[in-house]
Write a protein that binds this ligand. Structure first.
Ligand code: NAD
Ligand code: ZN
Length: 249
């Protein structure tokens, strides 16, 4: 395993000295933990695209079907463990004075690896939210006995506390992510197809605000032409090498 980090080398000492690093992660970072991405192989469920199930319309039409899809995903998330990419990012926080993880993932694996406070743009799949009264509760450790589940306070349907396609992102994390992108000196975009708005705009925002933009993804994305450097390999390889180069244990 040898990744040529040359494009990043000019910035390592600045980062050590406290210039801000932001890392935007997507489903590709969790692929090596066995969680399927939406757009890669394995993104299908019972022959349907995830993008057709993770929508408010799908839930209004057939909440049981959408819940069965989410119970399937929850089982995978409950069984998953952080991989070397999550772990390297958590170790980096220990040596970099100013580092922020912004994630589109809903699996909680950054926290499980030890990242202190990742900004979760799309919610967390291991929480339920009432579609009526809005109450948010941690998901029980086991699947529901009856679907669709209902709120114990108001009897409205529960839904997973995630952002579906066509929904607006929660305001607080989104504004924090924008400010982080604008203020970053180096911005890494890792394991995301960069096609799901508005998260896909953060790299552009960072670059326009003067950040050095880099992409880590085995495949090309629409963001790549804007990046100062691209690493066409796995998140775990690059993040492990990067953490090592910065002296993380
Ligand atoms: P995506 O499925 O659109 O793209 C995943 C990207 O990861 C692809 O570009 C792929 O080339 C890349 N990739 C695959 N393996 C990789 C590896 N080992 N290292 C680095 N990159 C790798 O995912 P997205 O861009 O995150 O957007 C999809 C949406 O789906 C997000 O909103 C997210 O919330 C949701 N989602 C979340 C999870 C999760 O939490 N684990 C899983 C699937 C989808
Ligand atoms: Zn309720």
């Amino acid at each position: 395993m040898s990744v040529d980090l040359a494009p990043l080398v000019p910035y390592l000492s600045d980062l050590r000295a406290g210039r801000p690093l932001a890392v935007l992660t997507g489903a590709g970072v969790s692929a090596e933990s066995g969680l399927p991405t939406f757009r890669g192989a394995g993104g299908l469920w019972e022959g349907q695209r995830a993008e057709d199930l993770a929508t408010p319309d799908a839930f209004a039409r057939d909440p049981v079907r959408v819940w069965r899809f989410y119970e399937w995903r929850r089982e995978k998330v409950r069984a998953a463990r952080p991989n070397e990419a999550h772990l390297a990012l958590a170790r980096l926080e220990e040596v970099l004075p100013r580092m922020t993880v912004i994630t589109q993932n809903v699996d909680g694996l950054h926290q499980a690896a030890g990242s202190r406070r990742p900004i979760e743009l799309h919610g967390n799949i291991l929480r339920d939210r009432c579609s009526g009264c809005g109450t948010v509760t941690p998901a029980a450790p086991a699947p529901f006995e009856t679907l669709p589940p209902r709120c114990s306070l108001c009897a409205a349907l529960l839904r997973p506390d995630v952002v579906w396609f066509g929904e607006i992102l929660p305001a607080a994390p989104w504004h924090e992510a924008e400010a982080t992108a604008e203020g970053s000196a180096v911005f890494l975009v890792v394991g995301t197809s960069s096609v799901v708005a508005p998260a896909s705009s953060l790299g552009l925002l960072a670059a326009r605000s003067g950040a050095h933009l880099f992409e880590v993804n085995p495949e090309a994305t629409p963001l790549a032409p804007l990046a100062e450097g691209v690493f066409r390999t796995s998140a775990s390889e690059v993040m492990t090498a990067f953490a090592k180069a910065l002296g993380a244990r």
